[in-house]
Each structure stands twice: as C-alpha cells, then as structure tokens.
Design a protein around this ligand. Sequence first.
Ligand code: FAD
Length: 241
Amino acid sequence: MKSFRCTISSIENYNKDTRKVLLDLKNEENFKFFAGQYIQILTPHKKFPFSIANAPNYSSHIELHVRPTPGSEDSEIIESIINSSRDLQIEGPLGDCYMEEKPDKPLILIAASTGITQMKSIIEFLEPQGFTKSTYLYWGVVSVEDLYLEKLCKAWDNLNSNFHYIPVVSEPSTSKQWEGRTGLVGKAVLKDFEDLSDIEVYVSGSAGMVYATLDAFLEKGMPKTNMHSDIFSLVPREKKR
Ligand SMILES: Cc1cc2nc3c(=O)[nH]c(=O)nc-3n(C[C@H](O)[C@H](O)[C@H](O)COP(=O)(O)OP(=O)(O)OC[C@H]3O[C@@H](n4cnc5c(N)ncnc54)[C@H](O)[C@@H]3O)c2cc1C
C-alpha cells in the first residue's frame, strides 16, 4: 500500500448531492489496484475511505463518487477538503473485496447507495472481457433521484445479453413516479432466486445491510465463502453496531 499526493483534475455533479471527483495519477504511474478496491483520503486526524469507481484498465486516474451524509461531521470535513483543495493526500489500494479474474459462476452484485461505485469498477473490469456468466446488478436506493448512474446501468444491460440491471427503490412515495421494484435490495434478490448454492455475491453497503443479506442468503443455500464484502474485515460481526 502506498501513500501519495494526487491532483483533483475535475469535479462534476451527478445529481443534487453526489459528485464525481477525478484524481490525476500522472505522477503515480505505478499505482496498481484490483477492481473493487478503495483508497483513503488522509487528513491530519482521520482517514476517509472511498471506493475506486473505475476499473484498473483505465488507471491514469482514480474516479471517486462522493455523497455527503446529512448531519455528519466527517462528511462536512470531506466536502470542505474537496471544495478547497487542489491536491489530496491518499493511501491505497485497500480492501479484500475485489475481483482479480472473471468469475466461474453466475454473479450477483448488490449495491446500496454509493456502494454502486465498487460495483462499477468490477463491471468495467468484466465488460471488456464479455460477461460469459450471467451477471445481475441490484442497486438499492432510497428515492428514484438517487439512481445517478441509471443511464450507464441501462446501457450495460442493453449492450450485454448476460447482464441484468435491477434498480430497487425503498421509499418510492418520496420520489417522482416509479414503476420498478420497491423495498429492500437484499429482499428483492431473494424474491428472484430460489437457490443460491452456485452463485458468487459481492455486497457493498452498511454493516447492518450486509450481515442481514448474508444471513438470508445462507438460508437459501449460499456457501459463506461465496459472499464478498469489505464489511467482513472492516466491521467484524462481533463488533457490528
Ligand atoms: C470501504 C468504504 C468505501 C466507501 N466508499 C464511499 C464512496 O465511494 N462514496 C461515498 O460517498 N462514501 C463512501 N464511503 C463512506 C465515506 O467514507 C463516509 O461517508 C465518510 O467517511 C463520512 O462518514 P459518515 O459517518 O458521514 O458516513 P458513513 O455512515 O461512514 O457512510 C455512509 C455512506 O457510505 C456509503 N458506503 C458505505 N460503504 C461503502 C462502499 N464500500 N462503497 C461506497 N459507498 C459506501 C453508504 O452507502 C452511505 O451512503 C465508504 C466507506 C467505506 C467503509
């Protein structure tokens, strides 16, 4: 793992709150990572983890998607650093929930909110090789407006016969008209799959969401080792809040 300075080369708004932040890696040509890993933004007192949204195949930059958490002091610090800095000190790559080679089983990717960034990296790693196994992306958000990568996800779905995109909105009443899936994203998967014994699963979200998904999937026959999430090492079950 390395620690180094990089330059913010652009900031773009996706929607009312989520921003795409590109970090230029010109001076760090040797930064190597796997699809699904994350970096940490270093500040004098704390480190802030952010998933790398691009695949290693396009690694002249690091793409981050940053969404502020209302009422969070940490989030305010991050927003102010991004708004006022030209350079960032970061370290990485980190995380053991990544993809090194094509899976040999059907794949379910489950993202909650900005957890989509980790899945985007994995999908952009797999897409150029072709999805030889069925790949399902379930993206759970609170309201329709949170689906800030909807066009891209639909394009993956339209262009690849083995790729299936399933957005799931938990509070559709707060959104503009929504005729798609509703409820909790993990439950949506359970409705669609009777048997999970021969499937690989990647999950990105809060500890509560990840462990609830794990328990439910184990009951449907998924071997424990087939589920991957950074939460398992970041928030071991005995420490789960
Ligand atoms: C491994 C990891 C990766 C993260 N990546 C991002 C990111 O790409 N964009 C972002 O805005 N925030 C990300 N976060 C959260 C971010 O670090 C915090 O939002 C920030 O530290 C402010 O803290 P908080 O207490 O407000 O939010 P927290 O309560 O710590 O985090 C809340 C938000 O982080 C999101 N999040 C949690 N895990 C991940 C993940 N693996 N990938 C993407 N999002 C995740 C949640 O969906 C939620 O929206 C990540 C956190 C972790 C642990």
